[in-house]
Design a protein around this ligand. Sequence first.
Ligand SMILES: Cc1ncc(COP(=O)(O)O)c(C=O)c1O
Length: 356
Amino acid sequence: MQTESMPIHTTVTTASQLADLDLDNLQFGKVFADHMLVIDYKNGAWQEPHILPYGPIEMSPAMAAIHYGQALFEGMKAYKTQEGEVVLFRPQDNWARLNKSAVRLCMPEIPEELFMEGLKKLIALDADWVPQRPGYSLYIRPVMFGSEGLLGVRPATEYKFIVFCSPASSYYAEPVRVKIEEQYTRAVEGGFGFAKAAGNYGGSLLPAQQAHAEGYHQIIWTDGREHNYVEESGTMNVMFVIDGTLVTPALSTSILAGITRDSVLQLARDWGMPVEERRIKVQEIVDAYQAGKLQDAFGTGTAATIAHIKSITFRGEEMMLPPVAERTFSNKISAELDNIRYGLAPDPHGWVVPVK
Ligand SMILES: Cc1ncc(COP(=O)(O)O)c(C=O)c1O
């Protein structure tokens, strides 16, 4: 099988799982589409891409990624429009962020054409796995890791880049209860919180597990130095509407530059809404709440798009936000992003990229 520009060796599965796909009982990340894209890096160069039936890969027990953490990933989605067209949302931004993560982890950058062509070919082949239902999509997981068997802390010389997919419905069934975390830290200035590095997630599991046990869905991370400033919410960026202004933490080396975050800020600016990207003190949120000015709070991310925050707990005090039905901004932005993705609204920024 050939694309115009590069050969992609394709082995089509003889055991498709598509007939077993049950969209009514879909759990996030449990079912995988039939194929995966695999590209190896060795001898200083990316090798020819392969599309293979989704399945296990061989690895050395000395593989660099599992010892020294050279592992990163991305998260993106394909949508099916009413006309049945399969589209991606801002895939070049995922490609660019993947390479930023790669540079921080001493891993090779992947050329745009290789990423985009391989991705499009994979999604075109598994197009029947993209559900055509409101709120549904095909979640796409690119992952890159040091695959060389080596002992000794140094960058690996061999890597694997794999893309595989999983059909998805909505991520959170209900608005989330979050707590302000003051003990643990997700990432610090000068670290690699801005990279989508596997290690960031490993370190977040215990605090998240403890928060779940206390009855919260998510943590609001605070800065590692003082625990005074808001950073992110779980695996999402976080935004507030305070007295009519959209406020979100400014990007830094400890915050992941979310593509949903950027899309929300862009649309808000298009609509003439005041937007502030700056440091936000936890105390400012508490003060705004007490003054009756905290109108909206939500997380933004590819998996959930917009996750309404029901309440924020700080030092045992739960601050209840207005009922979701009354929240003008987050409801409007959530609908607009969905409409752009499903081809129901104009796409003034050229975010939607057809797969074919
Ligand atoms: C830590 C973290 N922050 C923010 C985001 C949101 O980023 P995006 O909107 O690109 O999905 C994610 C998810 O990818 C994340 O893992």
